[in-house]
Every structure is written in structure tokens, then in C-alpha cells.
Design a protein around this ligand. Sequence first.
Ligand code: GTP
Length: 593
Amino acid sequence: TPLDKIRNFSIIAHIDHGKSTLADRLIQTTGGLTAREMSAQVLDNMDIEKERGITIKAQTVRLEWKGYELNLMDTPGHVDFAYEVSRSLAACEGALLVVDAAQGVEAQTLANVYQSIEHDHEIVPVINKIDLPAAEPEMVRKEIEEVIGLDASRAVMTSAKSGIGIEEVLDAIVERIPPPKGDREAPLKAMLVDSWYDPYLGVVILIRVIDGVLRKGQEIQFMAAGTKHLVDRVGCMRPKMEILPELAAGEIGFITAQIKEVAQTRVGDTITDSKRPALEALPGFKEVQPVVFCGLFPVDANDFEKLRESISKLRLNDASFSFETESSAALGFGFRCGFLGLLHLEIIQERLTREYDLDLITTAPSVIYEIHMNHGAATIELHNPADMPDASRIDFIEEPWIEAVIYVPDEYLGSILKLCQDRRGIQKNLTYVGGRAQVTYELPLNEVVFDFYDRLKSISRGYASFDYHQIGHREGDLVKMNIMVNAEPVDALSMIVHRGTAEARGRGMCERLKDLIPRHLFKIPIQAAIGGKVIARETIAAMRKDVTAKCYGGDISRKKKLLDKQKEGKKRMREYGSVSIPQEAFIAALRMG
Ligand code: GTP
């Protein structure tokens, strides 16, 4: 396709503003799918994505409209996947900015739109959900102009749900978004935008060709990875896969090259022709690193090998999480895993539980601390509280900080400020835009990884939105807090905390554990301690009677049922010395009060 007939665009939107619904409509209107095939949202591929309504893996689809080739690049919508978003945006010349006519501009919208502007995109505002009774399209139009500073006079009004304004969106893409630049005759230069594992095709790579041409049989080289592969398929998605003779400068499509693992294909890498290589790689390549770590242990120790296999399989399709074996005194063998963020952690944990039928215990999530040792000994990167060196050998500890932008309706502002303050936040900025506050805070990442996002949402009844990026490490007064149940430390619950909040955290933890651990025949002390010093303590009273005592008389079947139920319950418990702790206790105990 000649360059002037190509348009590459992505859709940016806050979660739930209708990105996927609009994408599906565009596909339907341009004839990509029949109405029946449309019944399920097509662009969200995985089950979990559907249930959570979140797009995890970027996908792309080629549309034909009035003789133009439109490549729609879908982007993930969560802070955890920011780098993938940036590469998808770099592959396009423009973007549709979808804003919910009833909700208006939200933090995620802002973050994405600024990124899009940085990529010099032509942005076409789309005000969606105009069918809603609460829709206020004119107010939202004004808000887009005031808050983002974009001209919204030509914003397209749509209802993706009822199919209103879809053709206008397609026309606006052709008229307003510029065609790509590129040179078909130059040496091949293509950006690796995304990749995923397909059981039949092996690794499928999504690319944007910048210069040159890609064909089957060509030997390509990944410039950052340094590896060479033979291309065996070239094509595009409509959204069904279609094989093409070539992909040329300006185009977006996929290739396969008999690659077995997604880990060999790094997002942002430059693909070139090994016989006629490009002189320079594309800018912006970055290796994504996990930022949140936790231990995953099987509830049933016999499941360890099964867990290893399942994790390895998941890893085939997700190069951004890491894992290594870990052993814990209390939990036995498991894995120390690294994730891009808490949502990423939850997704992996959920897939292991659901797709591989594993019962898991997750230990407290931790960030990476830099431990500076005495006498200038080497600095340690610590992401497992269990490996914390003795306090006397430590000079000082640094922890990662983030800058967070929170967007919240005025009425919830007070509680949000309190939340940030409680989490050691430093307020940097506070501005008002039409009944809403935009607050910027610097926060330690470790105060955010636990349940900050959940708390933010519940405090604001879902109206606050949140976006963050890391801003480096800072020294902090950090200590390791141990939790002891019946005088034995439970390593899975130990965590690194700030000294100033340690007591409150320790007390909260002991109180919650008191409710979560069932009574035993003996008294159980629960303690939180720093070094040898106990900072909080609770006691679970001893059980008075046998549970079966409730079954007076000879009701054998009822008694048996009760015992079976207890046995069932047992399976989901971990034994700590002589104390049984239910699986739920681990996760629940980590939620802060
Ligand atoms: P993420 O994938 O989570 O980022 O969300 P999204 O932006 O893709 O939103 P999605 O398309 O999944 O839509 C979110 C919800 O809004 C769904 O329940 C849609 O049915 C609904 N929705 C989308 N467009 C419209 C619209 O024009 N009108 C109405 N009333 N509802 C809509």
C-alpha cells in the first residue's frame, strides 16, 4: 500500500470509557466481522481480560475504509503496562481520544494523552456514550479543551454501544491523521511492538515497518538481542489472520520466524535485514524490569512440580515476569516472582489458580530495596525480606519512590489527602479543574503496592483515578518486621516497613490475624517484632469445647459431615509448628487497615 493510503492510529481512553466497544464497532462497520462474530468483544482475547474488562496484551487490526488501509493498534489500559503502551503509541501517527460523555476526563486519559502528544500524534477527540441519560457532551468538550488543551471543536460524538457516529470516526481518521513517513527502498527497519505465543505458529511478532520491506524467507536480525531468524510468515489481522506477500514501510502487521519463546523477542527492539542491515536502531528501546516481588507457594507441598511447570508455561507468553526457586522455613518450596505491578501479580496468580487449578499462598509483596552496607561493602538489591542482613551491618537503606497523579472529585479530596499522608506522601501540587482536584504526590512505592489502589477506589466510590511513574531511590528509616505466631516467626508474613508506621502496621496485622486464625486447644500469642523487640501483641484464647460437642445425641451423619468439613478446611491450612493458619489469612493479613 502506498504511504498516502495508510493511516496508523491507536485508541487512548480511561478504563471503561468504551475503547474496546468502539474498536469492535470500527471492525464491524468496515466489514471485518459479521454481526454474530461481533457478539463477543474481539480485541480482548483472554478470559481474564474479559472478566476484568482490561486489555492486557496489545492487539492490532487492519481495516479497509474508502480505499484506505487503517491500522488500529489496541493498547493496554493499566499503569502496570506503561512501556507496552509507549511502544504501541510510537508505532502510530495519531490517536482517537475516547472520553466518556458522563464521566469526563480522568487521570488515565491525561497520562495517555500526554504520552500521545509526546509522540507527535494527531489526536481526534471522540466523546462516547452520548446515549447515556447522564451524558453531558458539551461539558466534556469544554473539559477536553480546558484540561488537556486540545481543540475539541471537531470532536466526534458517538455511542459505540448503539452504533452512532462510527462512520464519522472513520472519516475523521482518514482526513485528520497524517499518513506515515518511510522509505521503501531503504534497508529494513521495523519496530517490535508486541509478541505472544501461539500453540500452532510459535511466537507471533507484531511489528511496525519504518523503512524497507519484509517478506517470507528473509533472514532478519534483532538489533538489541543480536539474534537472527528466518521469516516464515508475513501477514495482518482483520481481525482474523491473513497471510500477505509483504509488509512495507509504513505498515503494521505480524511475522512469525520459528521462535519458541516470547522472552527472545523484546518489545521495542529493532528488526533489520541481516544481509543489508540498517545503520542505527530505532530510539526508545528499554528492557522492562519487574518492580514488585512476592513468593508463591503451593498450599499442598506435593504441587511444587506442578507449580513449576505452570509458571514456566505462563512465562512462555509473558517475558515481563520473572521467577526463581525459593525455600521458606514455614512454607517449604516455592518461587520468588517479579511483576510489573500489583495488577500484573494478581493476573498471574489468578491464571495459576484458575487455569492450572493450583491453591497458592502469596507472601507479602515487596519492592526492591538498596541496602548500603557498612564500611563501603557492596550494595545489596533486596526484594525478599527473608534475605535482610542483620541491622548492625547496614549503613543505610534506600527505597524506590514514585510520583503519582490523582484526579478526584472535590467531595472526596479530604479523604484522599489523608490516605496519601498516611502513606508517607509528600504533596507536590494541587489544582482544581471544574469541580475536580488534580493532586500530585510523591510516595514511597512500598506504601502503594499493598492496597493503595483499592483504598483509593473505595474511599472515592470509584471516582478517583491514579497514575504513577518511578522517580528513583531515596533513603528511608526502614526495618524488618517479623510476625510470630505461638513464638515462631512466620517468614511469609515478615515485611520491610518504615519505622514510623511499624507499630500501627504491626498492631493491625496482629488484630487481623487474631480474627483469621481459628482457635486451638491452647492459647496462641501473636506478636509483631522488630529485631528482638515486640511492638504489638494479641492472644487467641484457647478453644473451650470440641466442635463436635454441638452435635448432641447420636446424630452420626451430621457429626460426620462436620468432621468432613473440618478436613476440607484443613487442606487449605498451613501448619506452623502446632498452629494451623488458613490460606486466606495470608492475603487478608497483608491488607492495611
Ligand atoms: P478497558 O478495556 O477496561 O480499558 O475498557 P474499555 O475502555 O475498552 O471499555 P469497554 O469498551 O469495555 O466499555 C466499558 C463499558 O461501557 C461496557 O460495559 C460497555 O458496554 C459500555 N459502553 C461502551 N460504549 C458505550 C456507549 O456508547 N454507551 C453506553 N451506554 N455504554 C457504553
